[in-house]
Design a protein around this ligand. Sequence first.
Ligand code: SAM
Length: 406
Amino acid sequence: MDGVPCLRVSQCHAQHFRRSLESSGAVDLTLCLLKETDGTVLLPILPSCLSQLDLQSLRSKVAADSYCEIVWSQTPLQSKKRRGKTGGSKLEKILQPLMESHGETWTEELRRDLPRSFQRHGDLVLLGDGCFSLPQWRKMEQQLWSAVATGLGAERLAKMSRISKDGFRSPVVTMLLGERSWVKHVDNGITYEFDVTKCMFSIGNITEKLRVAGFDCRGETVVDLYAGGIGYFTLPFLVHAGASHVHACEWNPDAIEALQKNLEANGVSECCTIHRGDNRQLQLCDIADRVNLGLIPSSEDGWPVACRLLKRKTGGILHIHQNVTSPLPNTTASPAVNDATQRVSGKKANREVWQAWADDAANRITCLLRDITGVSWTTNIQHIERVKSYAPHVHHVVLDLDCRPS
Ligand SMILES: C[S@@+](CC[C@H](N)C(=O)[O-])C[C@H]1O[C@@H](n2cnc3c(N)ncnc32)[C@H](O)[C@@H]1O
């Protein structure tokens, strides 16, 4: 999704919604709200809080007849700072006197080293990588973390560093305040419990998770080849999409522990078989109506096993995740080409690159299916979904590929 995530609400309830969102720390306080010409108001939401928004309970808190929905604003929302309205964040107001009481001068550098966004999991706030990196903070440690927790309305505090390269894609998360690292996260009616220091909750994949929840998989057998720690896709397939059975493959023991807990917490253990170990060694074949290949940067290693899993007689659908790199914009373009034109042509170029990748993937899957089954298959690109921007010019996309024996 492009743009800023916002809650669209009716103007008459906007202040009430804003207060409610502010109390849960979900509003992006650096951006101004936007009044639309149709009488609705867009309230900017912190991307890290998106998945925790329970729209139903928000609506019931505000007014029974109130309306709200999540949208992605394409209109740039004005920064409060540019309007000279920030007046310092709550955290800054708490930390500045604390630093000064330790003989430190409050500087712009320190202000810039404050967290801009974070994830909230119940009473635990998980800070991102790019904050509190300056040596000045180290003088205070525990006092600092208590103050930060107070400022962010949390009891426990943890901090994320880069994703480790151990093949398990575990986050490197350290507890800063509090000892218990298990958290409970209720999202779209599904309970997820996990240890923040051992499993990751891919907030950026929320749109894909909601899309999966909207599939109609009644009567289907689904294989989730990369089930991940919390059952991020396995659970929506079972709880919302109504799959008859999900085979969940995972090789990380910590992730399996969390997955088992979550299947139980959501009452769907009976409908899920966990396959431990490397999915490339999976012995199953000819059972799946659908295979989810949720691994980035690429799930290519899983393509042969996914093809073996599809039902030989009826085929099925593959959901193939991939990071696709777009070409750099043409910097030699004439100065007469304005920004808006460049944005439009950039989006068109992205779509062309995704389509080319999808065409190539479809051709390769067609060949794999023929080689594995000995009969010819027809593949059809149903949809290409952009999940998120992963890095500059790199997009996480999902290809829905319909595969049928011909
Ligand atoms: C990116 S996570 C996906 C998690 C989940 N789909 C999500 O978006 O939150 C990938 C998961 O696949 C697991 N994994 C990677 N390669 C695997 C393999 N060959 N066999 C089994 N599991 C694997 C990793 O341990 C990790 O938990």
